[in-house]
Design a protein. Sequence first.
Length: 155
Amino acid sequence: MNASLAAVNVEADCERVLRSLPLWFGQEDSVVRYVQDTSRLPTLITTAGDAINGFVTLRQHFPQSYEISCIAVHAHSRGKGCGRALLQGAADWASARGGRFLQVKTLAPTHPSPEYAQTRGFYERIGFVPLEIFPTLWSAQHPCLQMIKWLPKNE
């Protein structure tokens, strides 16, 4: 499974992916923003046949740091290596542009969501480590965990 940079408008396909995951992406305003970001931010995709089955969008904050703005793998494609391929592609892409750190924000472990416990476990298995909890960044009901991964220098 490989991730590639989206070369065409992928908004509709990425929206389909997000809507297959209502337990993770249930807030309409967030879904709309994530979909719009696919045309504004670097977006890598995975495909199954002709259909996009996963994507990741990246936001650069500083020359050496990128953030995963959104990552999603269609419900029917989860557990098949798409997420791992997307994050490896994102790390390679950012590293090739001088990125040294990749960060992601997700719900903190103080939130009872079993879905986001899976998400945190996924990030940890591929090398992300918890950095800081922001108890009210999103809201008191949705504490934010910032995780970070060091990217080796691309020589």
